[in-house]
Design a protein around this ligand. Sequence first.
Ligand code: URP
Ligand code: ZN
Ligand code: ZN
Length: 468
Amino acid sequence: MKTLIQHGFIITAGESYYADLRIDDGTITLIGKDLPAGSADEIIDASGLYIMPGGIDPHTHLEMPFGGTVSSDDFFTGQRAAAFGGTTFHIDFSLQSKGNTLLNGIKTWKQKAADKACIDYGFHIAVTDPSDKTIEEIPLLLEEGVSSLKLFMAYKNVYQVDDTGFLKVMDKAKSQGMLTLVHAENGDAISYLTERLMSEGKTGMKYHSIAHSAAVESEATNRAVSFCDVTGAPLYIVHISAEGAVKALREGRRKGLPVMGETCTQYMFCTEDDIARGGFEGAKYICSPPPKTETDKAAVWEAVCDGTLQTIATDHCPFWFEGGKNGRPAGKELGKGNWSKVPNGMPGIEDRFPVVWHHGVNSGKISPERFVEIISTNPARIFGLYPQKGSISIGADADLVLFDPNQKHVISAGTHHMNVDYNIYEEMEVTGWPKRVMVRGRTLVMDDVWLGEAGYGKFVERNAGTVI
Ligand code: URP
Ligand code: ZN
Ligand code: ZN
């Protein structure tokens, strides 16, 4: 299949320019002015549209067993929703189950995705049992196409690892050229504070924010950055929400440590006031770490703009607000009357690209090139996908968003494609919307119509990435 895209305005992380694009069997083969139609099977007129590399979301949890239930998007519904919103690749977290091997965790997640996938994807592996046997397995991961491991400093007695385990994994990962990711919140402090709040009868949703305070995140982030210093191993801190955590990252980078950081869209728009909304409404915003104050939100924005943070992900981990009926798995209602039982996580895989464009680029906070860098190119570089993904260059996969910068769209759970009954950006109007979304040259979404299919998406083996 040969496709010619004419008259588009190409935006990459490095530059922007008018050019035509030629795609042969899913790969970009020519970029230039006034390319001849030649033997093209399909000619697309992209006049008035921006052409960007498809979004890459490096942090998602599809079909994840968590908090006594399972996240509500599977690999088909979640990936389809991603495509509608301009995201053409994501990296999901496979999990080591207690007593099982890492390879087993990856195999389980590969099986979940294989027949359902409609966009391309990769996996990290979360190490929950850093025993000597597990550490010995780490060199085998690259053969599975997995080049990054995640550790949790939180979720005591579930996923949390101790500092020794953390250091051992970092050292081993470094020796293999692999990247360690960390969820930095102090799980012991959370557990202690949770018990204390419960004994005081403080069960309302707003107390989630007290147990998961900024200090709890900042302490763990400072510790994680110190471990980066101790081992010299590259480290990527996921879902940063607190000003103190941003400062720790900035200071680590200033010292020249190989530490990188991610925030998520929700920390740029939500605050603790959302969790404190009346009744049970606040449960919609319960995730870990939770959104914090206006000051923290401003610090996150500043770090996005000044380059302290390298990526914006979603941590997409949706749970039904009203689950446990009509064939839905249990959801947020598990925590009615007790915040500590609310499954942690928020939806967002579909919203990130247009929401960040609207509030970042249209407002003048970031340039279009910085947008591409943080939404697509940096995740590709860091996670060993570049330039196959995250770029518009000869030889790259034609994962493209043809974006109409003038199209307005009102975000709503009534029209979104995520398998969840609420949207944290409900009624937000954005200007700029994906008109056409392509993965390896095939159009999956056109004018909000779904043209993709389950089984088209491919697992992509990742190489060692780059510290940026
Ligand atoms: O609340 C969250 N973030 N849920 C997903 C799991 C995690 O910690 O990333
Ligand atoms: Zn996490
Ligand atoms: Zn997560």
